[in-house]
Write a protein that binds this ligand. Structure first.
Ligand SMILES: *Cc1c(COP(=O)(O)O)cnc(C)c1O
Length: 373
């Protein structure tokens, strides 16, 4: 992605690497003896894996998770050799040698993946590192109960594999009272008891907040690093990691009764100053925020009026004093006071989707962490 200067871009996305590192340290401090990984899949939830992962590595993180093998191959040169990169989707048939050649650790999700990884190790004459995933109630990835029974019956299928961790994934950890959490925990303990002794990993961001029973040897937070609230219905202890400032490209005053934007979904009921901002749904400002979102200028809340277009959105800027908003003014579309969770709630989605939708047309401005004292 070519960085664009703020003068030519329609918006500035500031990514606070210091906040992300602080969030990682906050999670570390909750984990006691367990290690804290960083999940940097989907380009670090849209914030830039090539910037985020090295910053976390400098802060002390040594375990990184991505989803796709391609993501891991791109990330590998950005991290030192002693930082492990795990591939959640595993090595697909035919990709095992590539995975090993790049020094990546697959999460083995099925018996065929396990067999292929073992075979490669035999061919190369060395035990290759891997994580083994067991399904404990998400029915998405990992060994089923039947497959686990087969591994337990024939432990030789694990022979020659350098088993780094056994892991599973929680389906509803952000809901602390959901009985599914306890059920998955019990099912994970039962699976561990049937496998050779190995370190274990269960908790995502929200799982860290379920308490030490869920911590095991390695936690795998993603969203909380990037400021998403880890516990539903509770104050968010994480620092916001982004600020999005959209550029006003035109203002106009319309008379009462004038409709705005595609399909005329909003009509002025007073003389109104409209500010058009160069951010639209193509930039990840979701169309479901039409007539629901807002921006902030000079501390004043500007309601989003009309439908969000592909490249623009329109604000009611009537309350901003004359001369304080015009072509080139930057207005806040997301900031610590109007964070990704608040925006997500208005858009009918989750903070994760707001982050991973962030577009590629922004001028991206990375704020480095303050030097450690
Ligand atoms: C995405 C993912 C995580 C991180 O989850 P967060 O809720 O973002 O903390 C951890 N483990 C697995 C298997 C994942 O797919």
């Amino acid at each position: 992605m070519t960085p664009r200067p703020p003068t030519t871009a329609g918006a500035v996305l500031t990514i606070d690497l210091g906040a992300i590192c602080d969030n990682w340290r906050t999670l570390c401090s909750m984990l006691g003896g367990a290690a804290c990984a960083a999940v940097v899949k989907a380009d670090a939830y849209g914030l830039g894996a090539r910037q985020v992962a090295p910053a976390l590595c400098r802060a002390g993180c040594r375990h990184f998770f991505v989803a796709h093998l391609d993501e891991a191959i791109v990330l590998r040169p950005a991290l030192p050799g002693d930082a492990a990169i795990y591939v959640l989707h595993g090595a697909h048939p035919g990709a095992e040698a590539d995975c090993a050649a790049h020094g990546l650790v697959p999460v083995l999700n099925s018996l065929p993946q396990l067999a292929a990884w073992q075979k490669l190790g035999v061919m190369q004459g060395k035990a290759l590192p891997a994580i083994l995933q067991v399904d404990t109630g998400m029915a998405r990835l990992g060994l089923s109960a039947d497959e686990l029974a087969q591994v337990a019956a024939v432990p030789a299928v694990l022979q020659g594999i350098d088993l780094q961790f056994v892991m599973s994934h929680l389906a509803a950890a952000e809901e602390q009272q959901n009985p599914l959490n306890r059920r998955q925990l019990a099912s994970f303990h039962a699976a561990l008891a049937r496998l050779p002794p190995a370190r274990a990993s269960l908790a995502n961001s929200s799982g860290v907040f379920l308490g030490s029973d869920y911590h095991f040897d390695l936690a795998r937070p993603g969203a909380a690093l990037y400021g998403v609230a880890p516990v539903a219905g509770q104050a968010n202890p994480m620092r916001a990691a982004i600020r999005l400032q959209g550029k006003v490209i035109q203002t106009r005053t319309i008379e009462s009764g004038t409709a705005v934007g595609y399909s005329h979904t909003w009509t002025a009921t007073r003389r109104t100053r409209i500010a058009t901002v160069a951010v639209g749904y193509a930039d990840g400002y979701l169309r479901s925020l039409s007539n629901r979102g807002h921006a902030v200028c000079d501390g004043i809340r500007l309601p989003l009026v009309g439908n969000v277009s592909m490249d623009t959105l329109t604000l009611d800027a009537t309350d901003v004093p004359e001369g304080r908003i015009g072509e080139g003014t930057l207005v806040d579309l997301a900031d610590p006071l109007n964070d990704v969770d608040a925006i997500a709630a208005r858009a009918g989605t989750i903070g994760y989707e707001i982050l991973t939708s962030l577009g590629t047309r922004y001028a991206r401005n990375y704020v480095e962490p303050a030097p450690m004292r």
